[in-house]
Every structure is written in C-alpha cells, then in structure tokens.
Design a binder for this molecule. Structure first.
Ligand SMILES: Cc1cc2nc3c(=O)[nH]c(=O)nc-3n(C[C@H](O)[C@H](O)[C@H](O)COP(=O)(O)OP(=O)(O)OC[C@H]3O[C@@H](n4cnc5c(N)ncnc54)[C@H](O)[C@@H]3O)c2cc1C
Length: 476
C-alpha cells in the first residue's frame, strides 16, 4: 500500500508535541516553516504515484505494491537501484534529500544484519520483532526518522560515567509489558514529519552502560516524547533569489524522551551492551551508502552551474577555469565511482541481505566530506562576486531599473537577467544558508570525518602490507 500525499499530511496531525521557537505547534503541516519541510519530504509519495518515476520508486511483488525503499537489497544491482531512487528524489528535491524512507530503512537493514546473532547469544527474539515492524512499515508505507545521536555530554566519558545520567538515552524502568526510556537525542532529521522514530545506540558500550544499550521504535505521538525543531533556514525567501532553499528544506530536532513507554513488540535491544556497537555500526554502513547517493545531485549541480557561469562570463576557455572545472569533474566522478564500487564489492551478510563494502563506502563518504568545501570554493571563484551582491528581484521587475540592469549585466551571449538568475542558483548552492547547511551536513551527518577515516584505516589489510615489506627486505 502506497501512502498518498494527503494521507501523509493527515497522519502527521496526531497530537505530536513539537515546539518551534518556544511555541507548541498545533499542526506541523500548516506551520509556515515546518510545512515547507513537510511538502518537500512528501516528494517520496508524489514520485510513487507519478508514472514517470513509478518503475524506480515502486516495487511490485504479486498483488503487493510498495516503496522501493522498503525492498531489502539482495545484490549489488539492488543497491544501485536504491541509489538511483535516492539520486532522483534528491534531484527533484533541489539537492535536499527527502529522507523519510531512506534513513529508517537503513536502520531496519542494519538491525536485520546484527540481531540474529544477538538473539543466538542472548536467547532473545529481536530479529523477529524487527521483521514484523518492517512488514508493518512496508505495508503502511510509513515515514521513518532515526534518533541515534545522543547529546553525549563530555565526549571523553562513557555513557555511565557522565555527570548527568541522561546524556545518553537509557532504560529507566522495565515491566512485563515493555520498557520506559529517558534522555535526549539531537540532530534528529525529519522527526517532525515521520510516522515512527527508530531509536538506536550511538556507540559501543561496556557492562556498566547496560541501560544505555537500547534500540526500539516509537510512534511520534508517544506520550513523553517532545521535539524541539531547529529554526535553521527559516527565512521566507524569494524563489527567484533562492531557487532551491525557498522550496526545499529538512528540519532537525532535539528529541526528548521523558519516560517514554515502549511495548516489547517494538523493542529491538534492551540491555545487551555487547551488541550496542555492532547495531550502531551496521546502521551507519547502510546509511553512509545513502549519504553518498544523495550527495551526487549536489555535485552534479555544482558542475552544471560552474560550467554555465564560465560560459556566460566568457571565461570557459581560461586556463585556471579549465583546471577548476577539471578538478570538479574528477571530484564528482571519484565519489560516484567509489559508490559504484562499494555496491559492486558489497557482500551478502545474511540470506537475502546485501551490504555495501564497508571500506569503500567510508572512503566515498570521506572523499566527499573532505572535498566539498574546496569544490564550493572553485564555483565561487568562477562565478564572481555577484554571488552575494546582486540587486533584489523588485529591482529587476522595476520598469526603469530592470531594463537598465538587464543590459548592464549582459555578458557572453546572455541577457543580464538570465545570467543573474543562474548566479542566484549558484549562490543558493555555495553562498547561502543552504550552502552552509550542506557544508556542515557533509562534515558531520552520518558520522564525523574521523569516524570514516578510522573505518577505512582499520579495514586496510595491514598484515599483508607488512608481510610484503618483510618479503622485500628478505629479497634485498
Ligand atoms: C544536518 C544534520 C543532520 C543529522 N541527522 C541525523 C539524524 O537524522 N539522526 C541522527 O541520529 N543523527 C543525525 N545527525 C548527527 C550526526 O551523525 C552527528 O552530527 C555526528 O555523528 C557528529 O556528532 P556531534 O554532532 O555530536 O559532534 P561531536 O561528536 O561532538 O564531534 C565534534 C568533533 O569531536 C570529535 N569527537 C567526538 N567524540 C570524540 C571522542 N570520544 N574522542 C575524540 N574525538 C571525538 C569528532 O570526531 C569531531 O571532530 C545529523 C547531523 C547533521 C549536521
């Protein structure tokens, strides 16, 4: 069953507690700022009902039709189709990923990977519960958010060593019916507009951290759950001056669990501290594949505007511009090739579940995250200062100023207005609040750069490299 956009909006009017700038929001779908993010995310549902995208967005299985996001990848080809869908959604989303299916299914796949072993070790039945939840989610086409990152307090201390016991979300009570959880997660994307929130541990744990080893799913209107929405990118801006950020945005929340009850049916980890690290990592490996997929439309957009601006400005053939465009091409193609390779060299981690290659997906994410600021710099260089100094729309629409500006800013075979419109698109990508959001998203979202570097370095075959060094020494 595929959700319709209107059903999705109705499903969000469920009494959830969302605060925006200190005010309780009565209806997130009609809120002037949050509503924009919700209309953006609804793209997933529009695509599923649009004949142009159905082949990509929808899977038909007998009489069942469901979102491809819920299809469990079983091969490299499946991962690539999933990537193609993420790319298309993000492209239509003006370089902003919809995310309401992507992140949640990454979490479910990660749990499916790890929980059978947890069950074997601890005589639990978590894997079955996740499977049942996935079936329900697939059937109802639920929008999902994932709350993994805790506020974490002092980063040098473990969860149970923190001065404040709620720096990481923890179990505060258990009964035969379920568990109660308390604490605060942060940076939770799309929580205001998801149907369910999947809670995951953010790191590995020790025995003393037992109560912090918790994974579960909760509906967004669960009593005790409060979301405080970030006002980032809230300005009502002109769509001509900001063609992307005027229409597209994502919202993150501080996500407060004040003794939220979770029935056992949707508890996926409750105290098995030795599994917390594996659950955290398995989600992240699937999610970094999603992350790099949704970066590709941004890189392609940077290339497109850089090339066109260079033409319009009459500098397309200049040596340094050619070099900058060449570097952008190499950057984009390297990220794309690494992602392809991560799918091709992925592995079947259990029957019917294919995971991207860990080293390569982290390499792709690392390469993207460490290169984006430089790529934006190159586009800024090619564009010129008009990126931040162009007159406003009203001046262009003015009967006397407009024609003057149109001539004054004309350049190589282009009228002034057209050139400045492109400049605004470039500005939204490299010199706006959205650009700053993309930069921080690149560095931190889906894990910090150091986490990616460590994963790549730890998966390097050091032993064979050392053995080869010894062999060379012996041969000398
Ligand atoms: C736009 C955006 C959307 C996001 N969406 C989600 C989401 O939907 N769900 C979710 O769960 N999370 C989400 N995140 C969170 C993201 O995964 C985190 O930002 C990331 O893991 C870094 O955590 P942090 O922000 O707490 O920074 P920190 O962990 O404080 O990192 C700051 C610096 O400190 C370093 N550091 C941290 N701890 C240690 C340590 N123990 N030892 C040495 N160095 C350390 C880091 O490497 C980094 O250099 C999102 C983040 C952003 C920016």
């Amino acid at each position: 069953m595929l959700q319709y956009e209107s059903d999705y909006y109705a499903s969000l009017r469920d009494g959830r507690r969302v605060y925006y700038r200190g005010q309780l929001v009565e209806d997130v779908t009609t809120h002037p700022v949050l509503g924009k993010a919700i209309r953006h995310a609804a793209l997933d549902f529009r695509m599923a009902h649009d004949s142009r995208y159905q082949d990509l967005a929808v899977v038909t299985d007998g009489h069942d039709r469901y979102s491809r996001y819920y299809s469990i990848p079983q091969s490299a080809e499946d991962l690539k189709r999933r990537r193609d869908l993420i790319v298309e959604g993000t492209r239509l989303g003006g370089t902003v990923v919809p995310l309401i299916h992507e992140i949640g299914t990454d979490a479910l796949f990660g749990l499916m990977e790890v929980l059978p072993e947890v069950d074997a070790r601890h005589r639990t039945t978590y894997a079955d519960r996740v499977r049942r939840f996935w079936e329900q989610a697939k059937f109802h086409d639920w929008a999902l958010a994932v709350a993994q990152t805790d506020v974490k307090g002092d980063r040098s201390r473990r969860p149970s060593d923190q001065p404040h016991p709620d720096a990481y979300v923890r179990i505060v009570r258990r009964s035969s019916e379920g568990i109660w959880i308390r604490g605060t997660k942060v940076h939770t994307s799309v929580a205001i507009n998801a149907n369910w929130l999947i809670v995951l541990p953010t790191r590995e744990m020790r025995e003393a951290d037992r109560d912090y080893a918790v994974a579960c799913a909760v509906p967004l209107n669960a009593p005790g759950l409060t979301l405080i929405a970030s006002p980032y990118l809230e300005q009502a801006i002109d769509p001509w001056e900001h063609p992307l950020s005027a229409r597209h945005k994502m919202v993150e929340t501080v996500t407060i669990f004040d003794d939220v009850f979770v029935p056992w049916d949707t508890v996926f980890l409750a105290g098995e501290w030795d599994a917390a690290g594996a659950v955290a990592k398995a989600f992240v490996e699937f999610h970094r594949f999603t992350a790099v997929s949704y970066k590709l439309p941004l890189l392609q957009a940077l290339l497109g505007v850089a090339s066109l601006l260079a033409k319009y400005n009459g500098v397309r053939q200049a040596r340094h511009v050619q070099a900058a465009l060449g570097d952008l091409v190499i950057y984009e193609m390297t990220v794309g090739a690494l992602l392809d390779n991560a799918a091709d060299r992925g592995e079947l981690v259990r029957a019917g579940l294919f995971r991207p290659n860990i080293a390569l997906v982290n390499l792709a994410k690392y390469h993207f995250a460490t290169g984006l600021h430089q790529a934006m710099h190159k586009v800024q260089d090619i564009a010129g200062g008009l990126l931040v100094t162009a007159p406003g729309r009203e001046d262009w629409d003015h009967p006397e100023l407009g024609p003057w500006l149109d001539e004054a800013f004309a350049a190589h075979e282009v009228a002034g207005r057209e050139r400045v419109a492109l400049m605004h698109l470039a500005g939204d990508l490299v010199a706006s609040e959205l650009a700053a959001y993309h930069m921080v998203l690149a560095v931190h979202a889906e894990g910090s750069i150091e986490a990616e570097r460590m994963t790549v370095v730890n998966s390097y075959p050091w032993q064979s490299a050392e053995a080869e060094a010894r062999r060379l020494l012996d041969d000398a």
